[in-house]
Ligand binder design. Sequence first.
Ligand code: MLT
Length: 239
Amino acid sequence: VYHTPELTPTDSVPDCAIAVDVLRATSTIATVLNAGAEAVQVFSDMDQLMQLSEDWPAEKRLRAGERGGAKVEGCDLGNSPLDCTPERVTDCRLFISTTNGTRALQRVQAAPSVLAAALINRQAVVNYLLETNPETVWIVSSGWEGSYSLEDTVCAGAIVDGLLASSSLSPKELAGNDEAIAALALYRHWQDDLLGLMHHASHGQRLLRLNCHEDLKYCAKTDILEVVPRQKEPGVLVK
Ligand code: MLT
């Protein structure tokens, strides 16, 4: 478990890398694919997003941009998963750039298997790991501009908890992985009040100031989607 993309090693790759940005990029990515979008293409750079999406048929293209929690002017969408309704997104490609989440996905895109996880699709990601059984797995928490994120760490802990519950991971194997043990303890402490945790988190507070209460409520739900967003080519995720 790495707490920010900046802490993620650049000289090696795992068999499977899981990017986590519960508030809200990976929650949005899981939701939009579940709602019928054809794919999600991620960008750290907004200008590049605008340029590359230009070639895509306009009726099949949605541009989503977020900076500092707010929607970027000129985009169709911000980064609210609640805007990703089937009416709006079916068969479209979502071109998305967010402050941290899309950067985390780009950071690990060289791994043979890259997934996007949030609390809403936690069990689906655990099931996928059980089926595919990768030897090395990194969970990369997006954080906020290089700093620690409570909600992403708790989601990493929820994934570890799911693996322990299925006995595919033994407590012994966790020994020595200080970050995973800490993430697990944090999840077990907050698991019955994940919305409360989001209210304590710095990015949760930022979103509350932007009146995104409903987003917090939605992103705090656990295991409501079966979808596993996975990378099919660098920067492009499908379900
Ligand atoms: C990010 O990538 O930093 C986030 O998803 C921010 C947000 O809540 O939109």
